[in-house]
Design a protein around this ligand. Structure first.
Ligand SMILES: Nc1ncnc2c1ncn2[C@@H]1O[C@H](COP(=O)(O)OP(=O)(O)OP(=O)(O)O)[C@@H](O)[C@H]1O
Ligand SMILES: [Mg+2]
Length: 242
């Protein structure tokens, strides 16, 4: 059984089709990278999986349960399929440690001491233990994103979703966030990553999906997608890497 099975997802905004019959599966321990031009539907696809958008039709089976069904607890799903955003979305009025504890306390109902311990362990993992008491405003972009990743890890998610986690960062900061993601991959964390960093995608992705105008243009093992690209993917690569 696949951990995630996305079936025939369709979504339109104001009559404009944004996702057109998108289907794919994700196995435990896999890293799927979604590539595509701006506006091709990558974020919308992740947002549907994170229940931030509701597709017009299709199914999203998570461990065989359709999470689009009525009565599904969205917060529970979001803790298990956790999203890291491009813009970090940290709470500015809370310390790094509190940011990492909040959802653990509210959603997972962990005790204060347990949440604190888990938060500190994950901050250590991303190399930011010394920033536990700092406020987000005093951190660099790369540090903020690493806090956001630690906060996600605190939920013990079964799948991590990353929507362009490095695109708001200065080039200097990109590497530190990529390193954290590469380490998670080594640990076998299951993830879906939307990125414009082709070289990193090639390195980290077990499977690559290329979206073109909301349709799956190609989807296969990363080495195959890159070694025999479709016409549209070749065009995309040429434009992205020029
Ligand atoms: N909430 C919304 N309301 C209306 N249109 C939307 C909404 N969200 C996305 N769209 C439109 O859907 C299309 C796909 O957007 P999406 O954000 O999924 O693209 P993307 O592939 O993530 O692009 P980018 O690389 O620029 O982030 C775009 O045309 C966008 O304008
Ligand atoms: Mg996007």
């Amino acid at each position: 059984m696949s951990i995630l099975e996305v079936k025939n997802l369709r979504k339109s905004f104001d009559g404009e089709i944004v996702l057109d019959d998108v289907s794919f599966t994700l196995e435990k321990g896999e890293c799927l990278v979604i590539l595509g031009n701006s506006g091709s539907g990558k974020s919308t696809c992740l947002r549907c999986i994170n229940l931030l958008e509701h597709p017009d039709s299709g199914e999203i089976l998570f461990n065989d349960e359709n999470i689009l069904s009525r009565g599904v607890n969205e917060n529970t799903v979001r803790s298990k399929i956790n999203m890291v955003f491009q813009s970090f979305n940290l709470f500015a009025n809370m310390s790094v440690l509190s940011n990492c504890m909040l959802a653990q306390r509210k959603v997972l109902k962990r005790s204060k001491s347990e949440a604190r311990e888990i938060a500190l362990a994950n901050l250590r993992k991303v190399g930011l233990l010394d920033k536990a008491d700092a406020f987000p405003s005093s951190l660099s972009g790369g540090q903020k994103q690493r806090v956001a990743i630690a906060r996600s890890l605190c939920m013990n998610p079964e799948i991590l979703l990353f929507d362009e986690p490095t695109s708001a960062l200065d080039p200097m900061m990109v590497a530190e966030v990529c390193n954290v993601m590469a380490n998670l991959r080594k640990e076998g964390v299951t993830m879906i990553l939307v990125t414009h960093q082709i070289d990193f995608a090639k390195k980290i992705a077990s499977k690559t999906m290329f979206l073109y105008s909301g349709k799956v243009d190609c989807l296969d093992e990363t080495s195959k997608v890159f070694s025999s690209p479709t016409a549209k993917f070749a065009e995309f690569l040429a434009a992205e890497t020029k």
